[in-house]
Design a protein around this ligand. Structure first.
Ligand code: ASP
Length: 329
């Protein structure tokens, strides 16, 4: 083992009836982003630059739930969050409640590099963005027709629309429960759109064994204004250290309870488990059923992932020529 490795994700969940065309579009985007990361690694860019580069690309495309195409709050606005961590010195930066910053991941990077803090939110984060001269756009830039439709659906169903799906065999009826019918997925008796966008993330180990992680999201559709999920929380949605790097996706509240990202590193560190075993352990022992997934790399150039949702958009590549892009188990 050894050498560089990279994993990207476009969110856990995935409607089993997701149209094939959408599946193809998602796979193409993940493949393009993987190639971008691989080229950067071949040019010897450090891991921290590669994760930022790849997540910026994912934020720019409206296909997934970050940057343009982000999930909307109950007020129909966009409040994005992102975090980044450099495992070499355990430095990190995060932002929440960002509404005009075109690439929240780069603002998180600036918090890490150019501020005395680790985490800025809402008005203070926006002010910092202006000071740093990052590209700003009107909030309407992030709002797509598709997401306005999704918000309406979530409001009609009087629920927060999680952008993941409960596995069919664990679905049960009841208020707010998602049930699988022959024709479509339903929530509170209403059909759920066949497609929801998902959070993005990237983890990288470079040829020098430096690990880094980045995650970016619009959060959950119809979330309360002011809600903060796992994605900007170091240790929950994102973590990197000397051993490994992790980016999570799924229901933020469950990921926060599980301190998922840090737990993978802790299990490796204190239990001595290899990367994939540590990922499996945390998903089995710490995470509620049907809630989330994660991608990970180790300093030794291994890639790993796991999820207990119906699927997770993801792609992995390693220096020895392995490359895989997938959605389902
Ligand atoms: N984890 C994100 C959140 O709860 C959502 C996602 O991963 O799709 O905000």
């Amino acid at each position: 083992m050894g050498g560089w490795a990279i994993c990207v994700h476009g969110g856990a969940g995935v409607d089993p009836k997701l149209p094939l065309q959408r599946q193809e579009e998602a796979k193409q985007l993940l493949t393009r982003c993987l190639h971008l990361g691989v080229s950067a690694l071949r040019y010897s860019l450090p891991a921290i630059d590669v994760v930022e580069l790849v997540v910026r690309e994912l934020e720019t495309d409206p296909l997934f739930n970050s940057g343009r195409g982000s999930a909307l709050t109950e007020k129909g606005t966009v409040e994005m969050e992102a975090s980044i961590m450099d495992g070499t010195k355990r430095r990190c930066g995060a932002v929440s409640g960002v509404s005009t910053v075109k690439n929240p991941i780069s603002l998180a990077r600036l918090v890490m590099d150019k501020s005395p803090h680790s985490y800025l939110a809402f008005a203070g984060a926006e002010e910092f963005a202006r000071q740093q001269g990052v590209e700003l756009v009107d909030n309407s830039f992030f709002i797509t027709e598709e997401n306005v439709g999704m918000l309406k659906l979530a409001k009609d169903a009087n629920t927060i629309l999680f952008d993941y799906r409960v596995p069919a065999d664990t679905c049960s009826a009841g208020a707010g429960a998602m049930v699988m019918t022959d024709t479509t997925l339903q929530m509170n008796g209403l059909p759920i759109s066949v497609y929801t966008q998902e959070t993005v993330g990237c983890v990288v180990v470079d040829a020098q064994g430096r690990c880094a992680a980045a995650t970016s999201t619009g959060g959950l559709m119809n979330k309360m204004s002011g809600r903060i999920g796992d994605s900007p929380l170091i240790g929950s949605g994102t973590y990197a250290c000397e051993l490994c790097a992790i980016s999570c996706t799924g229901e933020g509240e469950a990921i926060i309870r599980a301190t998922m990202a840090r737990d993978v590193a802790a299990v490796m560190e204190y239990k001595g488990l290899p990367l994939q075993d540590a990922v499996n352990f945390v998903i089995k022992e710490r995470l509620d059923e049907g809630k989330a997934g994660l991608i990970a790399v180790s300093k030794d150039g291994e890639v790993a992932y796991g999820f207990n949702t119906t699927g997770m958009f993801r792609g992995c590549a390693t220096e020895d020529g392995f490359m895989e892009v997938g959605i389902w188990n």
